[in-house]
Design a protein around this ligand. Sequence first.
Ligand code: NAI
Length: 397
Amino acid sequence: MIIEPRTRGFICLTAHPDGCATNVKEQIDHITSKGTFEGPKKVLVLGASTGFGLASRITAAFGTGAATLGVFFEKPPKEGKTSSPGWYNSAAFENEAHAAGLYAKSINGDAFSKEIKEKTLNTIKEDLGQVDLVVYSLAAPMRVHPETGVRHKSVLKPIGGVYENKTVDFHTGVVSDIKIEPCGEGDIENTVAVMGGEDWELWIDALMEADLLAPGAQTVAYSYIGPALTEPIYRKGTIGRAKDHLEATAGKLMQKMESLNGKAYVSVNKALVTQASSAIPVIPLYISLLFKIMKEKGIHEGCIEQMQRLFYDRMYNPDGLALDEAGRIRVDDWEMREDVQSQIAELWEQAETETLAEIGDLQGYKDEFFKLFGFHFDAVDYTADTNEMVAVPGLVE
Ligand code: NAI
């Protein structure tokens, strides 16, 4: 079929297998261009198919030759209907990994469920024995609690008051004022239940109980802080509460894992265009200004550049790991630089529909967004008849 982008709101309903494969290949090339590092050998990645999780998987596999088991929740293709991009990404990743002689298998299903945990544990038992790194990179809109059966939905809302600011519709470039009503009863608890640390802890507990974590194993989950500008909707909003919980969970897991000389960290990453972040109001406008400034300063990064620095320069740095005062790893250090943030604050005041194309990197945002779905790659012929029925070769049935 001929595959074109079809968008609805913040999502793209189609994905291009060749474009997704190009995206994965470019990320692999970035890692191999950096040489190798001495790192984990058997890695479980939860949320392995897009964004930071995919980049983590690529970094582990191609940076240190790790065997990787990826868990994700993606829609497979049907005749005449493309899959979600994470499916094509995972197929491309596995093909590349297998060609390089690396173990790579994937599990598609709800990582919050007992069933998928069990399947994952069994696969580790049978194939890998133990894992020495667990990356927790899930970003989900909802979670069915495995014990209570309650369906929790996460919301992106301010707490305690209305938040008014500007945002941009990145498809049209129209900058408009938005007003977001504060969260209601139960919203904080529900968002914490989905995006907080409870499920991360359940995974680590299950792995430890089954003796599937190797001595010295590490685990890392991803957080975000961001500037004062986005605080009411992000760090001091409902999602921020979930991130507080996630960060507190790292401390708990650090203690639990002491018995095997293991470590648990949260890494605070940079704001990037991913499926999850495109849906947060205000963030696309912030990111389009951030990209412009970071590109001008020569410090722009995507997911793969971030994960390369996280693994090579932080977690597996033979000279030791630097943490902030709260015990977190920081790879948002360039985003949060004083010179970057003061420029953004200035540009924020000037950002209007008429000015944004010039003062911000709206085109860069758009390109990144479409690239998430395998579009906007020069090397891909989008007029060619393309087979949508791509298989993930190492899918555990
Ligand atoms: P993403 O949307 O690109 O990836 C999410 C992953 O989770 C995908 O692999 C998806 O298949 C998987 N997933 C979702 N629900 C699942 C379920 N029920 N079962 C199994 N897999 C499921 O997200 P992104 O942006 O890479 O986020 C990952 C983490 O990084 C999140 O904790 C996010 O808050 C954090 N982060 C994101 C930043 C950003 O700007 N995008 C910045 C800093 C941190």
